[in-house]
Design a protein around this ligand. Structure first.
Ligand SMILES: Nc1ncnc2c1ncn2[C@@H]1O[C@H](COP(=O)(O)OP(=O)(O)OP(=O)(O)O)[C@@H](O)[C@H]1O
Ligand SMILES: [Mg+2]
Length: 235
């Protein structure tokens, strides 16, 4: 479904991704793990076309998307859930969701169906539709960020550190929700600092360090290599 082949990405002269290759098959959750500054967010931004790769190729459903601008990547049904959530504070939950849908042109009936589908995963959001974004808890803001991605009807979601800074009970709840979203057919490339969350959700895992993929395997492979966990994740 998604194939990233030897991409090189720069910020100005700074050569951050140094030949990153990975793939996500249809239906999979794949985790991308690594220390702070390893290049996880940059990988997602390269896929989205926000920081385009200078070399290498990114293919999605058979098409070359390496140099597509972000709005055209989104139209191919790839949704990006950014690390910093970016909720519009002075709009309500409902308005935040409607705003997200403007980017994926659909008629009124289809739009309501998608909204319903997204809200079905998030009963807490449904109870707060008329509340302002800024009044939501951290966990609820993360739910809204994910719901906003979902209303676009993505085939693949790029989710950047969804559980960062959240209380354990919310982390568990969110993990179940992500699992349910995947079970309904959305593939995911998941960046996580929380190893247990990543290993619980992912079918395959990549470890990235200094802009290079250093390991690919199953969660069980990784659990069997505490040396890798120590070297690349510091745990
Ligand atoms: N806008 C930018 N301009 C210049 N350098 C950047 C920029 N964004 C990130 N970098 C650098 O690129 C490298 C990779 O950053 P990236 O954000 O991809 O890491 P990350 O793995 O997502 O880390 P974290 O776990 O802290 O989110 C880091 O060295 C970072 O300092
Ligand atoms: Mg990051």
């Amino acid at each position: 479904m998604l194939t990233v082949d030897a991409i090189h990405t720069y910020y100005g002269e700074s050569h951050v991704l140094q030949g990153v290759s990975l793939r996500v098959d249809a239906g999979e959750v794949v985790a991308l793990l690594g220390r702070n500054g390893a290049g996880k967010t940059t990988t997602l931004k390269s896929i989205m076309g926000i920081v385009p790769a200078r070399r290498g190729t990114i293919r999605f459903d058979g098409a070359d998307i390496t140099r597509l601008p972000p709005h055209l990547v989104a139209r191919r049904r790839i949704a990006w859930i950014p690390e910093e959530r970016r909720i519009v504070p002075n709009l309500t939950v409902y308005e935040n969701l409607r705003l997200a849908m403007l980017k994926a042109p659909v008629d009124g009936k289809e739009a309501s169906a998608r909204l319903e589908e997204a809200l079905a995963f998030f009963p807490r959001l449904r109870e707060r539709l008329t509340q302002n974004g800024k009044s939501l808890s951290g966990g609820e803001q993360q739910m809204l960020a994910i719901a906003r991605g979902l209303v676009a009807g993505p085939a693949l979601m790029l989710v950047d550190e969804p559980t960062e800074g959240l209380m354990p009970i919310i982390v568990r709840n969110l993990t179940e929700i992500l699992h349910a979203i995947n079970a309904r057919g959305t593939s995911m490339l998941l960046v996580e600092q929380n190893l247990e969350v990543a290993l619980a959700l992912a079918r395959r895992v990549y470890l990235i360090d200094q802009g290079r993929i250093e390991f690919e395997g199953t969660p069980d492979d990784l659990r069997g290599h505490p040396d890798l966990l120590r070297r690349y994740l510091g745990v």
